[in-house]
Design a protein around this ligand. Structure first.
Ligand SMILES: [Zn+2]
Length: 204
């Protein structure tokens, strides 16, 4: 692309680094922003700067939060004996949307993937084990994607947790479960949490 302005080229190059955004879409978005009132563009830019500089990760569950501890972990209405282990914040949002789960979460921050160089120490697995050891947890629900990475992570967590005296279950994944948790519809996801099954039965 030949740009008439270095400023335009810089902005397009930043946008085209986003996932799923090609150069053409980037140019369209940048020209759109250029046509907006200055205060709108400033608000847009500030939202991103504030996001990056002020966002926190809950010290309990590692979910994205505005406070040191997230609203779910500080809520008195949640069942603290249940911890649902998920890959990232999108899964927490998806499960919360089902209105079928009243326990706590633990956000791993990814899945074990030797191909991508992601090992157990890159995820918040040690923090999860400490929670299980310190707090009165009765059940761990492993709600991870039905992918090879999801299965690898589930098996790793099972081996780490199985001797800690808590029940380990997984969400039912036999029913129309086309992969990533965030794409599953709310009814199916809600039902699979309610009808979760003990993990041992799966590998026996
Ligand atoms: Zn939390």
């Amino acid at each position: 692309m030949n740009f008439s302005s270095k400023l335009l080229e810089n902005a397009v190059s930043e946008f085209s680094r986003l996932p799923g955004v090609g150069q053409k879409s980037a140019l369209r978005l940048v020209l759109h922003l250029l046509n907006q009132p200055e205060q709108d563009v400033t608000r847009f830019s500030n939202a991103l700067i504030d996001l990056k500089s002020q966002i926190k990760y809950c010290k309990e569950c590692h979910n994205i939060s505005d406070q040191d501890q997230c609203e779910i972990c500080t809520s008195l209405k949640r069942d603290r004996s249940l911890i649902c282990v998920v890959e990232d914040t999108r899964d927490v949002m998806a499960i919360e949307n089902t209105d079928q789960y009243g326990g706590l979460y633990h956000v791993l921050g990814g899945l074990i993937s030797p191909m991508d160089g992601v090992g157990p120490s890159d995820l918040s697995i040690e923090a999860l084990i400490q929670r299980v050891q310190k707090e009165e947890v009765s059940e761990i629900i492993l709600a991870l994607s039905a992918t090879m990475e999801g299965d690898t992570t589930i098996f790793y967590l099972y081996k780490k947790i199985k001797d800690l005296g808590v029940k380990i279950s997984t969400i039912a994944r036999g029913i129309a479960f086309g992969g990533e948790l965030e794409y599953v519809d709310e009814v199916t996801l809600g039902r699979s949490i309610v009808t979760r099954i003990p993990y041992e039965r799966n590998i026996a």
